[in-house]
Design a protein around this ligand. Structure first.
Ligand SMILES: Cc1ncc(COP(=O)(O)O)c(C=O)c1O
Length: 439
């Protein structure tokens, strides 16, 4: 389908994009189906990144499209403040069924960033409700990405996302990141070294005292900063230390939720259960914006029992549990289940791993890592011009019909879970050609 190009590109302030260079040489998408986007000129682009780590079932899946169309004509909107509609309850139950045992309650948001803010606020409300209102400190991690709102950038660990907006939450500290090229380069799956990095929490407890710390938030696998699977034993150690010091553990599963690691959530893949889970993206296959926070019964019940007002949690969004998002999410979960997509991701993992690690001998490559259907190829930075090389590779791949994600000097891949082995080969071959032609 050929679509007309807009005449005026000036008004749209494009997020996380170099607006000046993009508008001089735009890359437009006009339509999508299954594993491919199509440009306005009719070029097919193989989606090696599931959009932005979110289109886990592939694009424009009929069941999801129909559900949204139908719902738009039945109930376009319903407030969920003092009112509700049946789909929100149905979806909450379905999501709860996917979460690890003990996480039984779901608070709806509209994005990953909102899920993070919501989880942090629930953590504070929980501590207060149990008479521990002095536990207010939040611990994040270097290289963590938790969205773009003030709570998220405060606990997040991406310098550029923080430095321009320096008025952040007080009382935040950070664990060290787990990226260790010297010891773990070219790991497949969870790297061997680094479990002891979780012990930095002991140091922070020593510094601030556990009586001031409400929660620790980490991505079980850091995604946006370049696919950093947790070292073996790391998450287990973090869980044990949080238990020891009476600190909540929040997993930000905005990327890892809904099958990316071959299980409904990374919590199940790694056998470590947090107290709160942030999710978004794959919950609706990215068709309608939606996020959610999964909470343990302990947290939910404590906040309800400890309430000093009829409304137990003073928090919510106009669009929390939006009917279109609920309909899209229910159809998405049906699609995942019927097509066994989480299991499919797990089955394809060894093939995907072998394919991406075949790039080890490509130019500039200093590390390759993978887990589930997520992988990253890290390039040596061009001297004096960090990040430029990977950006050039990204552009070249796109020109050849392949969408990758680039972050720093890293190229990330996270295809929809319907990807075929042939398409995995195509992605890896496209990346190799793009790297080979880049100085
Ligand atoms: C781990 C994590 N948390 C939060 C977010 C923010 O989600 P959103 O862009 O939907 O606000 C992202 C987005 O990539 C993410 O990867």
């Amino acid at each position: 389908m050929n679509a007309p190009l807009p005449n005026d590109l000036s008004a749209f302030w494009i997020p996380f994009t170099a607006n000046r260079s993009f508008k001089a040489d735009p890359r437009m998408l006009a339509s999508a189906k299954d594993m491919h986007f199509q440009t306005p000129e009719g070029r097919r682009i193989l989606d090696g990144t599931a959009g932005l780590w979110c289109v886990n079932a592939g694009h424009c899946r009929p069941r999801i499209v129909e559900a949204i169309q139908k719902q738009a004509a039945i109930l376009d909107f319903a407030p969920t403040f003092n009112l509700a509609h049946p789909l929100a309850f149905e979806l909450a139950t379905r999501v709860a069924d996917l979460m690890p045992e003990g996480l039984d309650h779901v608070f709806f948001t509209n994005s990953g960033s909102e899920s993070v803010e919501t989880a942090l606020k629930i953590a504070l409300a929980y501590q207060r409700a149990r008479g521990k209102g002095h536990k207010t400190r939040l611990i994040g991690r270097e290289r963590g990405y938790h969205g773009v709102n003030f709570g998220g950038i405060s606990v997040g660990g991406l310098p550029k996302n923080r430095m321009y907006f320096n008025n952040q939450l007080a009382q935040v500290d950070h664990l060290p990141h787990t990226h260790d090229l010297a010891r773990n380069a070219f790991s497949s799956g969870q790297p061997e070294h680094g479990a002891e990095l979780a012990d930095a929490l002991e140091r922070l407890v020593g510094l601030h005292d556990a009586s001031t710390i409400a929660a620790v938030i980490v991505e079980p696998m850091a995604g946006s900063t370049g696919v950093l699977p947790p070292p073996k034993g790391y998450l287990e150690r973090l869980r044990a230390l949080c238990d020891k010091h009476d600190i909540l553990l929040i997993f930000d599963e905005v990327i890892t939720g809904f099958g990316r690691l071959g299980a409904p959530f990374a919590a199940e893949r790694f056998g470590v259960t947090p107290d709160l889970i942030c999710m978004a993206k794959g919950i609706t296959n990215a068709t309608v914006p939606m996020g959610a926070v999964g909470a343990s019964s302990q947290i939910y019940q404590t906040i309800l029992d400890g309430a000093d007002a009829p409304i137990e949690l003073f928090h919510g969004y106009t669009y929390s549990g939006h009917p279109l998002a609920c309909a899209a999410a229910l159809a998405t979960l049906d699609t995942y289940e019927e097509e066994g997509l989480f299991e499919r991701a797990r089955e394809l993992e060894p093939y995907f791993a072998q394919a991406v690690h075949s790039l080890r001998d490509a130019r500039h490559v200093i590390d390759i890592r993978n887990i589930g259907l997520a992988a990253a190829v890290e390039l040596a930075p061009r001297p004096g011009a960090p990040t430029v090389r990977a950006m050039e590779v990204f552009h070249k791949a796109f020109d050849r019909g392949l969408l990758l994600r680039c972050t720093g000097d890293i190229l990330a891949m996270s295809p929809p879970l319907i990807v075929s082995k042939g398409q995995i080969d195509e992605i890896v071959d496209g990346l190799r050609k793009a790297i080979d032609s880049t100085d």
